[in-house]
Design a binder for this molecule. Structure first.
Ligand code: NAG
Ligand code: NAG
Ligand code: NAG
Length: 246
């Protein structure tokens, strides 16, 4: 799970999200706030079209965010009215539900609470998983009603949590094809896969979206999901997916 300390979460505000699933790295800046100055934004967007809006955000100077100490308190920005603000709450490699350390670390209930607080702080809070949720999981190996959970516990929990978007991690493909497709069908959030196709086709795997454009106060933010191509299905069966190499 990424971005879980109090301070990081408080300022987990990024402009551009790329998930590189297998090593669970978000290639965006964490722990820092990037603001866009409306003045700069207007200047760049008058001369050309929407692509520049994204560029304007990406190139906006990094500013350390003076922040209140608690999640749920509005960030204390100088001239807050001149910034468009958003928050990404991101996690990856989560397979279990319960916290660790005697209830003091991690756990999906804590994520749910943090999400609620962040939403109070800023309704433009987007919760994302950048891969590896349905496998490998000890709990996922439990047999319930005669069949293995295979990540059902995570999809059910993330649905209730209110997850917005997820990228497929390489470990998702540890599951047999039917199980993974069932998990995708059960999801109430959107999966994003920018480099994953049905085997031998150019059709996106399971009709998942290749990217998502969010618009927050006229600022466009593109989300893409990249997965490394080292796992195309369980080794016991032929590959069922095509992942283009980065
Ligand atoms: C197991 O089966 C029972 C009886 O059909 C059903 O009520 C219950 O929801 C099932 N449990 C799960 C986790 O699917
Ligand atoms: C997933 O949903 C689609 C559309 O409803 C359906 O055609 C397909 O059979 C489902 N796949 C599985 C594995 O349940
Ligand atoms: C996919 O392409 C490979 C190599 O061209 C071929 O061996 C395989 O049979 C194809 N699989 C399907 C399901 O079409």
């Amino acid at each position: 799970m990424g971005c879980r300390s109090k301070v990081e979460l408080n300022v987990c505000q990024v402009t551009f999200l790329i998930s590189l699933c297998s090593i669970a790295v978000i290639l965006a800046v964490f722990g820092w706030f990037r603001g866009i100055d409306i003045g700069d934004y207007k200047a760049s967007s008058t001369s050309s079209k929407s692509n520049n809006k994204v560029a304007a955000v990406v190139h906006a100077p990094l500013r350390a965010m003076p922040h209140a100490d608690d999640i749920g308190s509005p960030p204390l920005l100088n001239n807050a009215h001149s910034y468009v603000q958003w928050t990404f709450l991101q996690m990856n490699d989560v397979y279990e539900l319960k916290p660790l350390g005697g209830g003091n670390k991690g756990g999906m209930a804590r994520v749910a609470t943090i999400r609620k607080l962040l939403l109070q702080e800023n309704p433009n809070t987007i919760t994302v998983v950048s891969g590896d949720v349905v496998s490998p999981s000890a709990l996922g190996n439990s047999i319930v009603n005669g069949s293995m959970l295979n990540g059902r516990q995570m999809i059910g929990t993330l649905n209730v949590l209110g997850l917005n978007y997820a990228a497929l991690g390489n470990h998702e493909f540890d599951l047999k094809e039917t199980s993974l497709r069932r998990r995708l069908n059960e999801s109430k959030f959107e999966w994003i896969g920018s480099n994953i196709y049905e085997l031998n086709t150019t059709k996106p795997f399971h009709n998942i979206i290749p990217y998502k454009i969010l618009t927050i106060a006229n600022v466009k933010i593109v989300l893409i999901g990249l997965t490394i191509d080292d796992n195309l299905g369980p080794s016991s069966a032929p590959a069922y997916v095509h992942i283009t190499s980065q």
